[in-house]
Design a protein around this ligand. Sequence first.
Ligand code: ZN
Length: 83
Amino acid sequence: MCIDLKVVDKTTNTNRETCDFVRCNNCDIIMLVDNGIERCPCCNYQGALMWEQDGYEEIIYDNAGDILSGLEYNFSYKESKHE
Ligand SMILES: [Zn+2]
């Protein structure tokens, strides 16, 4: 098995504590987004975001790197995390 499960950091809220871990049904991108958004930040489609992992619907943003690599996803924070 050699699937590249890349997770894109699409959060924009700088006060984020948790974020939503979702996959877009329209563009098929797996990403972290701000809590509760319903419009995909990648393709702008409304209502296509689905939870990616049971039990990991919301994850602590600062722990996301460890959590996602533990789940064998490929994730790196976007550069704006280093403020
Ligand atoms: Zn999308």
